[in-house]
Ligand binder design. Structure first.
Ligand code: GLU
Length: 453
């Protein structure tokens, strides 16, 4: 383990080498575990009992991992096969909770990294939710509506037996939005003959969804960045920002940054990025991505003016003061971090899960850039999922304002919990350390109280 002495501990070194040995070929999972373990040396020094009873090893081992075949029939009447996953990682704080990702890159290691991150993220929200994640290597791109529906139905045909409002509650992630959740909820309802609204979140508003859930991850990430800046006597107002991605997280990150007076000049998809010196026209991005389901290159073609499209390349070459990586894991490298720092970035907020490589995180922190790790900054999505579960349980639905006010309060609390934990453990301003420790302690306390589970 490469870390300073304060963060080191022989127990942690042993846990890490056993995780690496027992989970070969899962680099993203190794990366996520290493990052959390690197934060825990100071906790063990203060509370040696957390090193007992293989508690940390147990946290690194999923409670259950489900892998299944998903056969389905495409529009040409051919049978296709995909692989489905659900990793039920930790239920010490509540039912497993976490999204489902449909993307060709999905494999067990990716789902395990996401599930592991989710444990601590969910703990940080202060809400009663455990950690899990699922998905499939199914590629939704270019598929018809009917194909998407048949795939979702087949996926749920197997998954339904592992779910339940008190057991495991999935939601969306990359490639899974309102449309897919609708198809999955419909199939779950048929298979179980139960209207169990709290079994999935991110539902449509007419069948048990929550207002502000769609916006929550992006809005929440901006609330977090705003709080980081205001705690230093600064603000978003008048700052230029770059937001990678153009999916659900990116769109609502741009919307909230704009409402706080930020000027967003670039966003992207997996093919390339667009720059608009006049500020991104969000209505046009929404039309292209949410309605037409087209590539972001369309933006420059339709808008013209001072906008242009760059095929390939790195969006992080675009100079900005606020950077919000909101696309996918490891999208922002050490080289990108150097460029951003040279160009004067002052704050980075991760809307995606683990978008910055470890080298990038280190460089930001060394340069004194305010850095908000995904498990804290993007927790607003899952927190609002927990609010959706609350509304379902009480057969109620709250107004947008009420829900957003709760979200804002939750993000404030997460920020402050990370900041005070970092102070308490002698690393002021280190939100990575603060988030990892605050999340870990909550899970560790609950597991310790429950005996050897
Ligand atoms: N996929 C989202 C995340 O990474 C949301 C999960 C949820 O709402 O359960 O946190």
């Amino acid at each position: 383990m490469t870390h300073t002495d304060e963060n080191s501990d022989p127990v942690l070194d042993e846990v890490l080498s056993s995780v690496l040995r027992r989970n070969p070929g899962e680099p993203e999972f190794h990366q996520a575990v290493r990052e959390v373990l690197e934060s825990l040396g100071r906790v063990i020094a203060k509370h040696p009992r957390y090193a007992n009873n293989a508690l940390i090893e147990r946290i690194c081992e999923p409670e259950r991992q489900i892998i299944f075949r998903v056969p389905w029939v495409n529009d040409k009447n051919q049978v296709e096969i995909n692989r489905g996953f659900r990793v039920q990682f930790n239920s010490a704080l509540g039912p497993y909770k976490g999204g489902i990702r449909f993307h060709p890159s999905v494999n067990l290691g990716i789902i395990k990294f996401l599930g592991f991150e989710q444990i601590f993220k969910n703990a940080l929200t202060g809400m009663p939710i455990g950690g899990g994640k699922g998905g499939s290597d199914f590629d939704p791109r270019g598929r018809s509506d009917a194909e998407i529906m048949r795939f979702c139905q087949s996926f749920m045909l197997e998954l339904h037996r592992h779910l339940g409002e008190y057991t495991d509650v999935p939601a969306g992630d990359i490639g899974v939005g309102g449309r897919e959740i609708g198809y999955m909820f419909g199939q779950y309802k048929r298979l179980t003959n139960r209207y169990e609204a709290g079994v999935l979140t991110g539902k449509g508003l007419v069948y048990g969804g929550s207002l502000a859930r769609k916006e929550a991850t992006g809005f929440g990430a901006v609330y977090f960045v705003d709080r980081m800046l205001t705690s230093r006597g600064d603000s978003i107002e008048g700052k230029t920002a770059v937001v990678s991605g153009s999916g659900n997280v990116a769109i609502y990150t741009i919307e909230k940054l704009q409402s706080f007076g930020g000027k967003i000049i670039a966003c992207s998809d997996s093919n390339g990025y667009i720059v608009d010196e006049d500020g991104i026209d969000l209505a046009l991005v929404k039309e292209i991505k949410e309605v037409r389901r087209q590539r972001i290159s369309e933006y420059a073609r339709l808008k013209g003016g001072r906008s242009h499209y760059v095929e390939g390349g790195s969006i992080w070459n675009v100079p900005c003061q606020i950077a919000m990586p909101s696309a996918t894991q490891n999208e922002l490298t050490g080289k990108d971090a150097k460029t951003l720092i040279e160009n004067g970035v002052i704050a980075v907020g991760e809307g995606a899960n683990m978008p910055s490589t470890p080298e990038a995180v280190r460089l930001f922190q060394q340069a004194g850039v305010l850095f908000a790790p995904g498990k804290a900054a993007n927790a607003g999505g899952v927190a609002t999922s927990a609010l959706e579960m609350q509304q379902n349980a009480s057969r109620d639905s709250w107004s947008f304002e009420q829900t957003e006010a709760r979200l804002a309060e939750i993000m404030r609390n997460i920020h402050d919990r990370c900041a005070t934990t970092a102070d308490e453990y002698g690393a002021p301003g280190d939100y990575v350390l603060g988030a990892n420790i605050a999340g870990f302690v909550r899970v560790a306390e609950a597991m310790d109280a429950m005996g050897v589970i």
